[in-house]
Design a protein around this ligand. Structure first.
Ligand SMILES: Cc1ncc(C[n+]2csc(CCOP(=O)(O)OP(=O)(O)O)c2C)c(N)n1
Ligand SMILES: [Mg+2]
Length: 282
């Protein structure tokens, strides 16, 4: 990608972070940590990778994205809003009574959401079913699923993985956000899932490690997914990330898994986001 394209993506990820912070601040709740760690991949998916039509959200031939770690909806919503699926201003209604932007994604009410999720482990299974359906219909549709590293504790993830390789779902791209933290501690202490690469490989996946905050590495990893077409192998992109990325006092803190910032914290966080934006705009 060109320097200009990279900078544009970085600016968009910065705006995704603004939406996450504003939404969880206005809601006084929600999940900023795992939303911030996936800000770059949400940006990359919707601004560079996926074939979608914001003006026609249910276009039948669109690529699908399943947010298997559904609690990080603020990150997904921000990216969808910036891509034009709905007004960015609506992030302020996150989790409010009667808002369509609830704490977990609802495919019935949110334009651009392809699967209702929130119960960890289920989303990736739905994604595998979608990928199988696309093959059955002989459609060129890619299916992406974003998972958390804590989510890998769910046995259902591995049933989906087994299904994906059994049916040769090379149109399925599983993306794991390895931020090292889950709801109440370090993934390695709560339930050590390492070696994640060897596990996915044993289940028949091609695996690729990336720095999940680096757009060039993401581009290379998605390029590998495309190169795997025709091999019958599903792809697992394993992203090393920092939970809470972009807000100094939220970074790598389990405490910021599931709570909104108060007014003072929001102001501090937005100060950092705006400083990063100014630096990018140079
Ligand atoms: C089946 C199920 N069990 C428990 C929960 C409650 N829960 C919500 S988020 C979370 C931790 C997830 O950690 P991880 O997958 O690492 O997400 P991230 O760090 O990206 O936020 C848990 C246990 C849930 N949503 N679904
Ligand atoms: Mg995690």
């Amino acid at each position: 990608m060109t320097d200009k394209e990279r900078k544009q993506l970085q600016l968009t990820a910065n705006r995704v972070r603004e939406g996450i912070l504003t939404g969880t601040y206005c809601a006084k709740s929600g999940h900023p940590g795992g939303s911030l760690s996936a800000a770059e991949v949400f940006t990359y998916l919707y601004f560079r990778e996926m074939r979608v039509r914001p003006e026609e959200p249910r276009w039948p031939d669109r690529d699908r994205m399943v947010l298997s770690k559904g609690h990080t909806a603020p990150g997904l919503y921000s990216a969808l809003a910036l891509r034009g699926f709905f007004p960015f201003e609506d992030m302020r209604t996150l989790r409010h009574i009667d808002s369509y932007l609830q704490g977990h994604p609802n495919m019935e009410t949110v334009p651009g959401v392809d699967m209702s999720t929130g119960s960890l482990g289920q989303g990736v299974s739905a994604a595998a079913g979608m990928a199988k359906g696309a093959k059955y219909l002989q459609k060129d549709i890619n299916v992406y699923a974003v998972l958390g590293d804590g989510e890998l504790d769910e046995g259902q993830v591995w049933e989906a993985a087994m299904f994906a390789s059994h049916y040769g779902l090379d149109n399925l791209c599983v993306i794991v956000d390895l931020n090292g933290l889950q709801i109440d501690g370090r993934t390695q202490d709560v339930m050590n899932t390492a070696p994640v690469d060897e596990k996915f490989a044993a289940f028949g996946f091609d695996t690729v490690w990336v720095n999940g905050h680096d757009f060039d590495e993401l581009e290379a990893a998605f390029g590998r997914f495309h190169a795997n077409k025709g091999t019958g192998k599903p792809t697992a992109i394993l992203m090393r990330t920092v939970k809470g990325k972009g807000v100094s006092f939220m970074e790598d803190q389990a405490d910021w898994h599931g709570k909104g910032p108060n007014a003072e914290e929001y102001e501090r966080a937005m100060g950092e986001i705006m400083a990063a934006r100014a630096a990018l705009e140079g």
